[in-house]
Design a protein around this ligand. Structure first.
Ligand SMILES: Cc1cc2nc3c(=O)[nH]c(=O)nc-3n(C[C@H](O)[C@H](O)[C@H](O)COP(=O)(O)OP(=O)(O)OC[C@H]3O[C@@H](n4cnc5c(N)ncnc54)[C@H](O)[C@@H]3O)c2cc1C
Length: 403
């Protein structure tokens, strides 16, 4: 099977939030038409991974402000739902602080953008397996035995499954027990997450908290196990990274220094104050049990799992859900390993791409998301990271400096 790509000079690998925003910006800025862009993604629809993961944690509102979305104009989402500000907050379409959109209106807005820019017609449902330079472009082989040649490639693969973070005790047991899962691993059924039997949620960050709040509010027995006191921050990194101040400082550093600054700039495993208040309320009411300790060992019986904690206490639960996020290792697995090896691409001591300021790894090959972390900073994986990356990549393509 081959894919005729000569009329589609642009390939975006990954049709998530980043890939969609990049495609929309290429079209909106007149760099390419939808018919000239291919979005390669094995999932059934554009942005289906985002929808699946956010549904799993049952989040009601985004953590990020309403100006962070996939359309070119930051005000477009707010404008669509204008009317009275207060009425929308009362109705739950936006939440304070920062007028954060509900997941429902965010998704509905993104779907309308995907339709307006005809992104579904760009979608080629397959997984990129190997990328090699060929002439002035790149030959990309993908699942199902296909390949094609594109002049420009943007890697927008997000946080891939090979980088899920498993505590050591879980790594040893994850394949053995059907009732021990990571919340972001593939194929976790919503039914399994909403079992009315006792679930242990391991993690102290926003995903653990959102799911714990949701389950406990429904009266499902739930214990949340976290290593220590809640880390409370409105955003998952300092707001300084949203502007140019922190970024200009980052640009002065060596790759090794950048890694340190980025790790320190991230509020990993933190929860916003509103969710922390909900957790405490449910804990006080006895609907949710919150325990500060770590798992020492697990022992599955015929009907339940016995969990021994480092504190010496024990628990009997029906299932264990890990909400331990992603590790910091470079996303992309073999696809990126081969690319580095084949094209001799520069990487920093932490393994991440060394890019130019327009996020080009080598001529014609751009990256966004976690792979662009050393240029964009701690929020490169977030929605705002996509917007910042698009400005840089388009700067290269249009010679226009975007505000
Ligand atoms: C539950 C949850 C809530 C979040 N809430 C927020 C929030 O409120 N605000 C915020 O800013 N951020 C939030 N984030 C962070 C969020 O992940 C990002 O903002 C966004 O999803 C990142 O977009 P992405 O396109 O990089 O990754 P994804 O949305 O994960 O998309 C990556 C795509 O690449 C595809 N892909 C991967 N490998 C390949 C390959 N080899 N070939 C082809 N395709 C491939 C995948 O199938 C996937 O569709 C949240 C994350 C989660 C998990």
């Amino acid at each position: 099977m081959g894919h005729l790509s000569s009329k589609r000079p642009w390939l975006i690998v990954g049709g998530g939030v980043h890939g969609s925003h990049l495609a929309i910006m290429l079209i909106a800025q007149g760099v390419a038409q939808a018919s000239e862009i291919t979005i390669l993604d094995p999932r059934p629809h554009i942005m289906s991974k985002w929808q699946e993961m956010t549904n799993r944690v049952e989040m009601s509102h985004l953590r990020s402000p309403g100006a962070h979305h996939i359309a070119p104009d930051p005000q477009a989402l707010s404008r669509k739902f204008r009317k009275s500000r207060n009425r929308h907050i009362t109705k739950g379409l936006f939440a304070l602080p920062n007028r954060r959109p509900s997941l429902m209106i965010f998704n509905s807005f993104c779907q309308s953008c995907i339709a307006d820019y005809d992104l579904q017609m760009c979608h080629l449902q397959a997984k990129a397996l190997r990328i090699r330079r060929q002439g002035n472009g790149f030959k990309v082989s993908y699942s199902g035995g296909g390949d094609g040649i594109w002049q420009k490639v943007i890697l927008a693969i997000g946080s891939t499954d090979d980088t899920l973070n498993y505590p050591v005790w879980a790594k040893e047991n994850i394949r053995k027990y059907g009732n021990l899962k990571h919340i972001f691993e593939p194929n976790v059924a919503i039914d399994w997450l909403s079992t009315p039997e006792h679930m242990l949620i391991v993690g102290g960050g926003i995903s653990a908290a959102q799911l714990a709040v949701s389950r406990a509010s429904k009266g499902f027995p739930t214990t949340m196990l976290k290593r220590g006191p809640l880390r409370i921050h409105q955003f998952d990194s300092s707001p300084c990274w949203m502007g140019s101040q922190c970024i200009s400082k980052l640009q002065q550093l060596t790759p090794a220094q950048k890694r340190k600054v980025i790790n320190e700039g991230r509020n990993s495993g933190s929860v916003p104050p509103g969710i922390a208040a909900n957790l405490r309320r449910l804990d006080r009411n006895g609907n949710l049990k919150i325990v500060d300790s770590q798992v020492d060992s697990v022992d599955p019986g015929a009907t339940s799992i016995e969990v021994k904690l480092e504190s010496g206490d024990g628990l009997k639960v029906k299932s264990i859900l890990l909400a331990s996020g992603y590790s910091g290792i470079r996303p992309g697995g073999q696809l990126i390993d081969f690319l580095i090896q084949d094209e001799k691409l520069p990487i920093s001591p932490c393994g991440y791409p060394i890019l130019d300021q327009e996020l080009q790894w080598c001529p014609g090959l751009f990256v966004t998301g976690g792979l662009a972390e050393l240029e964009i900073g701690p929020l490169s994986r977030n929605i705002l990271g996509a917007r910042l990356a698009a400005k840089r990549i388009l700067r290269k393509e249009t010679n226009v400096v975007f505000p």
